[in-house]
Design a protein around this ligand. Sequence first.
Ligand code: ASP
Ligand code: MG
Length: 414
Amino acid sequence: MKVFKFGGASVKDAAGVRNLADIVQKQGKDIVVVVSAMGKTTNALEALVRAYVDVRPEDVQAQLASLKGYHTDIMDDLTGNYDQVHYTFGQLENYLKSPVSASFDEVYDQIVSVGELLSTQIIFGYLNKIGLSSRWLDSRQLVRTDATFREGKVDWEFTSRQISSAVKKNGINITQGFIGQTEDGRTTTLGREGSDYTAAIYAFCLNAESVTIWKDVPGVLNADPKWFDDTVLLERLTYQDAIELAYYGATVIHPKTIKPLQNKGIPLYVRSFLKPEAAGTVIGNYEQHLSIPSFIFKVNQVLISLHPNDFSFIAEDNLSRIFGLFAQAGVKINLMQNTAISFSVVVDNNPDRVPALLNLLKQDFRVTYNSDVELVTIRYYDQGTIDRVMPNKKLLLEQKSRYTVQLVVKDLSN
Ligand code: ASP
Ligand code: MG
């Protein structure tokens, strides 16, 4: 059994769906195909959630019309029978007609999860049309999570049982990434870009032979080509290097993906859907760590510094209070550093969460912050690699460990 995962970019139009069908057909039958929402659908659904929660009915209608238009164009191009898709849109419309009756995060998951239902229903319809018989599996029935909306925690025992009994061996199984369900039947999501993680969940539960993530890049590169011209394809990567790179923000793999695969020694391939014959990157149990430096840039970061009002030390009691507040606000820390009486952290500048976090922190601490900073991580660094990223940047904070350096910088060029 193999698990394939196709992200939104790979199925952003009818040509993408045809390409997926080609790749799946060539791989034979014993397969689970995990798919994300098409193109930028998840972003569009997020805008729809805001319009619905803010009670802006005209914007709700406009967002809905544009989502329908986008998916309908793809279905028209592919031709075939897509009754399920129309049904899903009907369900969504009904949901949006009723008044908001749950927390923002819960409402978010009920609406945003629709993207993956639509994409998989279209792909299922198309595969059937071209005679590739497949099964459509509902990840909500199979992936059980707790009620942490937007970041569901998986109940592995239940999920394993469900997945192993539902997936058909020697067949093509199509299912949604990113989504799950609580015990009492409310839909959850696993966090943005969580479809990779879903692929790992299926692979873990099925003891799959491998996972392949099909991307629009040739594999895992040592830097995002957005920043450097001379990037290098990493042909082999240890689980440890992969998890470190993903954790520090390399967007090529979702950070939660590696652990379940490492735990069972399942190799992870990252390959290009544009060049399916190329080998790409394989992540597995190798001895040799990376021999070249990798660079990860995270922009739009905020550097927050906390100073206890009473001049007390940053020690266990303050730290546990601080971590509690971050957890309460749902904000993840990308880097932290402390001195005797100050504690600095860098976080993503998420407009839904950071302002609320700052308010919480201000109740207990004097808070200063610097927004619009960048976090640069270099794994297997040396001074030359640091010098390479520093032109036109002001260094605000630096942290070095044996293999990794992290630089918090302000870009001076704009
Ligand atoms: N569609 C979801 C997102 O865009 C999940 C994913 O793409 O992995 O965040
Ligand atoms: Mg996506």
